[in-house]
Every structure is written in C-alpha cells, then in structure tokens.
Ligand binder design. Sequence first.
Ligand SMILES: [Mg+2]
Length: 377
Amino acid sequence: MKITDVKTAEVRIKDDGKPTYLYHYVRIHTDEGVYGTGEASHVDGGWRGSTRTMAEQIIGKDPRDVDAIFEGIRRSYIFRGGMSGLGISALTGIEIALWDLAGKAQGVPVYRLLGGKFRDRVRLYVDSAMTNCRERAEEARSRGFTAIKFDLDDAGNPHKADPWNWSVTPGELEIMVDQAHEIREAVGDKMDLAIDLHGRYDATAGIKVAHALEDLNLMWLEEPVPPENIQALAHITHSTKTPICAGENAYLRYGFREIIEKQACDIIMPDISKCGGLSECRKIANMAESYYIPFAPHNNSSALSTVGDAHVCASVPNFLALEFHRFHDKTWNDVIDSDEAVIQDGHVALTEKPGLGVELNEDFLQSMMDEGEPLWQ
Ligand SMILES: [Mg+2]
C-alpha cells in the first residue's frame, strides 16, 4: 500500500449564517483506494502550506508505518517548527489521518493498534466557559455528564488594577471566590468540577487563588500561570492542596518531560490534535503514569478528532476525563456521517469499526463552503 495524494479541507462552520468554528481536516489517499482522515486544531492559515509541504515527503510511502513517517517529517522540520507550534500541529493532522488509514487497512479500530483498550467508553467533561452556572450544571447532569468546567479568569473584573500585570487585588479575589462557591453549589458535591484560569495570573496571584479555592474539592484548577515557565508552575503546585492541571500549550514528549519530572502539575492536559497526535500522546500519558499523574486531554476540536482522542484515552490506564466544549454543541453531530450520536450519556463509546470509526459528513461540510469552492483542496 502506497500513499498517492494528500488533500486538506478548511471549513468555517456557520450557525444561522453566522461564522463560528473553523475546522482543519487532512485526507490521505492510497493506491488501494483506502483513505484516512485527520484533524489539526489551533492552527492558522499557514497550516495548509505546511501540510502540503510535509505531504511531498510521504507520497509513495506505506501509510501503516505511522511512527516512522511522523519522525521522518519531524526531524526534517527541526528548523521550521519540528519542536513545537504550527509545524507540529500540521504534522499532527497527518498523523491522525495515518492512524485512521492504518486501522482501515488492517480492519481494526485504532485503539487495537495502540495496544488495546482499558475501557469501552471515554468519559467527557463539559467545558461550560463563563455561562450561567446553574443552567449549565443542570443541562450537563441531565445529559449524563459527571464532570464540568467553568472559567474564573475575567479581564473585565471591576477590581482589576491593571490590564497588563497579572496580579489579583483583594476585591478581584473576593469576586472570584464568591463565583467559585456559587458554581460549586450549582454543580453539587458529587459532580467533578474544574476551574480554568487560562494562564492569566502571576505566580503570587496563582497561589492566592489556589489557596482560596482549597475547600471546594476541585477536580483541578487549570493553568494558573502562563505556560512558558515550568518552575513557576511547580512552585504553585507544590504550595497548595488544590490539584493543578496544565499542558494545553505544550508539545510532544519533549515538552512534557520537564513538567512530569518536576511534578510541576498534578494532572496533565495535552491537546492531542495539536501537540503530536495519537501515538505521541499515548507516550506522554505513559510518561505521566510513571509519576502517577492522571491524563485529562484538552480538546477544542470537532467530533472527528474527539473520537480520535477517545482511542488514546481508552488505551492508557491513567485517563481521567476528556474535554468537550459546549460551544460546538449545535453542529456537533452534523460534522459526522453517523446514525448514532458521538456523545452518549456523557461519554464517547468506542466501536469495533476500523480506523477512527467515524467519517465526515461531506455534504454538510460542503454546504459550509463558499459557492463553487471545493471542500478538498
Ligand atoms: Mg484551558
């Protein structure tokens, strides 16, 4: 089996004519007619050019040699983003498409190729942003979700002293703590609750917030400080009872090595369709497991990559919960060509279908393109 062609699709989803999410898909074709589809997340317009340049290296190769193709491209890109950022994210889309292809070529689901599954279904948590906490908690519970996340960072907090420094004033902290208690009350004490700070505080402020939330029994407090300084993150983690989760902007095993070795956070959250793909994130999860660190991937992708993530989450023992962002909710099932909903009872159920086990709904995606513009280019 040989790779013959690589195509990309950039789709802006519209809701009532209003543009919402932008999804980036890659499709790899072979001489045997089997194809694989992947998705890259958090990329910009340069993604298509990078994917096309990388694709030139893989024409004629056997798509089942996923790790060797991945590493070959990565090493050739070391001066152009082969360590982190857009280069790795474009490569990630290719990697996921290769896994879909490898599974289809061998007639098995991807989790079988990743070593088999520890669980039949993968638990999701609902990212509910800063919206009405009572309504969202009730909605999540009624749909079978057992974990939920809300945002607590607010650039518009009236007690914020300065738009650039990342400190927290007493008035600001008081509002945050009151909101967090209101959220916990709305969610109840049986549901897992995470709070996100989006890396928008300095180390002192991060410690103050983490300490102030200690009695809320959080599943985690996410990214109290920006991602660049692992020592500062470790300082916060080691100073509080509140579990700290981080890693949504780290890339590859190499980017997680120091975080894990320094036990700089209590829970890691790689973005699987951004930071290296299925094989790489399984390895990251395995590294974390050796420090008894749970794996709770960040995810802001469409249903295709979310199912891809679920294959990895099923294949490691230390999986905790996978993100599902409710902003995607309205068109979530439209993107996929399936009779069954991807999310059932707050979980992604894995099937015996080969590859990722889901196909894109190309009629729906084509309907999102401009008049006359082809989906795959
Ligand atoms: Mg986050």
